[in-house]
Design a protein around this ligand. Structure first.
Ligand code: G
Ligand code: G
Ligand code: MN
Ligand code: NA
Length: 262
């Protein structure tokens, strides 16, 4: 594959950039934070989404330096939002979500790199949320969980991404150092009609009730309409993300959005 050999050079040439998609509180629509989503501005192919190069980067190991770059860049951006909010005495400080792939999870430098990035930026650990897919943690042993546990003890939030697609044992949740469930967008799709599909309703109700009893927050993904947002709010979901609020975009927009609701 031609892209394989191009990846390390692309990282060196600074061809990657990050778009930010807001997360909002379902209760009042205030901006809660943003998810960092990496893109590659390819000199011939134009802007490529993560599906075009993350699997390759995983396969070749480049995901480790690339992931470190994303973390550093996103954390620095979040720190700059915090500084703006301080200056404007406005909106509460925004939080930043960063995706971790399975290879990064297995990499021995994860905790040290994260601590280093946080310390150099001055962002409080509590403002960072690392997203790990549910499938990456299925059957995870203590060795794999230990770094996540260490990060959680420092105050970093760990979110279970694409939750509900991985067939994980719900009782297993108790064992994981996670504080957020990100409900997969297939559940959101089931909320398009009003009233929603009764089975989807029951499932979301059950997940929310279990999550809250374990003191986990629930974020819903892929919200595209007000009907979905309202039904998910009524079911007790805490925060939401999706095109209804905003598409992924440049970082400057986030601060403006959060000022607008201050
Ligand atoms: O917008 P979207 O096409 O950005 O994202 C597609 C997928 O790519 C999502 O599943 C998302 O979790 C993943 N992704 C986006 N950015 C990153 C990143 O920085 N690291 C990793 N590992 N995955 C990412
Ligand atoms: O990490 P994760 O798999 O959750 O990445 C989020 C993915 O979902 C990205 O590809 C992002 O562009 C996409 N996305 C974000 N909002 C919406 C939405 O409202 N609808 C759909 N179909 N996709 C979305
Ligand atoms: Mn994600
Ligand atoms: Na997801």
């Amino acid at each position: 594959h031609g892209l394989t050999t191009a990846l390390p050079a692309a990282l060196e040439r600074g061809e990657f950039f990050i778009e930010y998609q807001p997360l909002v509180h379902l209760g009042d629509g205030r901006v809660h934070g943003a998810e960092a989503l990496v893109r590659w501005s390819h000199p011939q192919h134009g802007v490529l989404g993560p599906d075009h190069f993350i699997p390759l980067a995983e396969h070749t190991g480049l995901i480790v330096p690339l992931g470190r770059w994303v973390l550093q860049e996103a954390v620095r951006q979040a720190r700059s939002w915090h500084e703006q909010a301080d200056r404007d005495r406005s909106a509460p400080p925004l939080r930043i979500n960063v995706n971790l792939s399975p290879t990064q999870l297995h990499h021995p430098g994860l905790v040290a790199d994260t601590v280093d990035v946080l310390e150099r930026s001055g962002l409080p650990p509590g403002a960072l949320c690392l997203e790990v897919t549910e499938s990456a943690l299925i059957g995870a042993d203590e060795d794999l969980l230990k770094p996540l546990r260490q990060l959680a003890e420092m105050g970093v939030d760990i979110a279970l991404d694409d939750f509900g697609t991985g067939y994980s044992n719900l009782a297993n949740l108790r064992r994981l150092p996670v504080s957020v469930l990100k409900l997969d967008r297939s559940f959101t799709q089931g909320m398009q009609q009003h009233p929603a599909d009764p089975v989807d309703r029951k499932i979301v109700e059950g997940i929310v009730s279990l999550a809250h009893s374990l003191e986990l927050a629930v974020t819903v993904e892929g919200v595209e309409t007000g009907v979905q947002a309202e039904q998910l709010r009524q079911l007790g979901c805490d925060t939401a993300q999706g095109w209804y609020y905003a598409r992924p975009g440049p970082p400057d927009r986030l601060h403006t959005l959060s000022l607008a609701d201050a």
